[in-house]
Write a protein that binds this ligand. Structure first.
Ligand code: PMP
Ligand code: GLU
Length: 397
């Protein structure tokens, strides 16, 4: 009998974090690895946010906060939802958590019963599937392709719905594809969901501020679907605050109440100091994120241009986030020395060993033909990384 629970034995490790751990270990051994596996901005957290945190410490704001987050912060997030997304969430419809990761886990664990199905378009962010499995739900995936810009159609969605479907979870801008759903595309998805009573959507909008296509659109903006949407967001990506661990939801009150109850047993309110930093970020004019977004776009164009020079690689043009999800299936069946490439996982290990570049294999996101390249690092490193990938791939025959 296993000493550990079936629950943990059946849980896959987060492959984004596993690859990052591996590259940190190699770096600690003195190997010059370029780590493009973790999705986090390389920018420093803006000074005004850091100052707010320092002030919180100096003011002894260091005790337990309300489970759902300090009222001031929830009020500021409520104003932010209206200001940036035209969404009306009162402060008591907002729950602040230890990263958007916990926000998503709260919702899934609060809403999904064993045996209920959760629709997840491919490619998906790694943690959706495992969290659904933890809730004993059944992930039902919808395939997409590079040709459709990795977006699902309303017809595909309708086909995937069964009497057991509880919800759909997706991200826009998407990790890992960078795809951004337009207002019309979101409306078409909402029009399918609304035909089925008791069907919900988790709309993960953590990359809201990293959008090169124009204005960010939230699916909850359509009045007819508002009651069925849980909008997830956070400070990690747009404000370069990954380590502060602040995510949040806006949701119908019965769902935010459930998430508060769940969180009250797992973690309580998140760090009081981080909440004061997040308050500064939430109140800030969103234009503070624009400079970083422009820089990401420059890097995207740089990497897309460089990847074009590598034979066999297929890319689309991602409109947001900071990832390129490119097709590398051309290299399957090829070999170099002891390395035989049968899938994206083999290729990621090969690129780590021979190219000293850490990317995440597409199977982690549900599409084994692809690899995820995070371009959230300096131009010099990006140029060097693509050069290394190109050289390593050229050895495969
Ligand atoms: N959703 C998506 C799509 C993500 O890429 C991530 C990871 N950064 C998260 C949620 C979780 O973010 P956080 O760091 O706020 O937990
Ligand atoms: N979300 C980021 C990524 O996809 C951070 C790592 C993680 O939490 O999965 O790389």
């Amino acid at each position: 009998m296993s000493k550990l629970s079936d629950r943990i034995n059946n849980l896959a490790e987060s492959q984004t974090l596993a690859m990052t751990k591996k590259s940190r270990e190699l770096q600690a051994q003195g190997i010059d690895i370029i780590n493009l596996s973790i999705g986090e901005p390389d920018f420093a957290t803006p000074d005004f946010i850091k100052d707010a945190a320092k002030e919180a410490i100096d003011n002894n704001f260091t005790h337990y906060t309300p489970v759902a987050g300090c009222l001031d912060l929830r009020k500021a997030i409520s104003v932010k939802f209206k200001r940036d997304n035209n969404l009306m969430y009162a402060a008591d419809q907002v729950v602040v958590s230890t990263g958007a990761k916990q926000s998503i886990a709260n919702v899934i664990l609060s809403m999904v019963n064993p045996g209920e199905e959760v629709i997840v378009p491919i490619p998906y962010w790694v943690s959706y599937i495992e969290t659904i499995k933890l809730a004993e739900g059944i992930p039902v995936t919808i395939p997409t392709s590079i040709e459709s810009n990795f977006k699902i159609t309303p017809e595909q969605l309708k086909k995937a719905i069964t009497p057991k479907t509880k919800m759909m979870v997706f991200s826009t801008p998407c990790n890992p594809s960078g795809s951004v759903y337009s207002k019309e595309e979101l409306k078409a998805i909402a029009e399918v969901i609304i035909q089925f009573p008791d069907l919900y959507i988790i709309s993960d909008e953590i990359y809201e501020h990293i959008n090169f296509a124009g204005k960010h659109e939230s699916i909850a903006q359509f009045d007819f679907i508002y009651e069925r949407v849980i909008t997830v967001n956070g400070m990690s990506k747009g404000f370069a605050m990954t380590g502060w661990r602040i995510g949040y939801i806006g949701a119908p009150k019965w769902i935010s109440d459930a998430c508060e109850k769940m969180q009250g047993q797992f973690t309580s309110g998140t760090s009081s100091i981080s909440q004061m930093a997040a308050l500064a970020a939430a109140k800030a004019d969103p234009s503070v994120t624009v400079k970083m977004c422009k820089e990401f776009k420059k890097r995207r164009d740089l990497v897309l241009g460089l990847l074009k020079e590598i034979p066999g690689i297929k890319t689309n043009i991602p409109d947001g986030a900071f990832y390129i999800f490119f097709d590398i299936s051309f290299y399957f069946g090829k070999s170099f020395e002891k390395y035989h490439i049968n899938n994206s996982h083999d290729l990621s290990l090969y690129l780590l060993d021979i190219g000293n570049v850490a990317l995440v294999s597409g199977d982690a996101f549900g599409d084994d033909n692809c690899m995820r390249f995070s371009y959230a690092t300096s131009e010099d490193k990006l140029i060097e990384a693509v050069k290394r990938v190109k050289e390593a791939l050229s050895k495969l025959k």
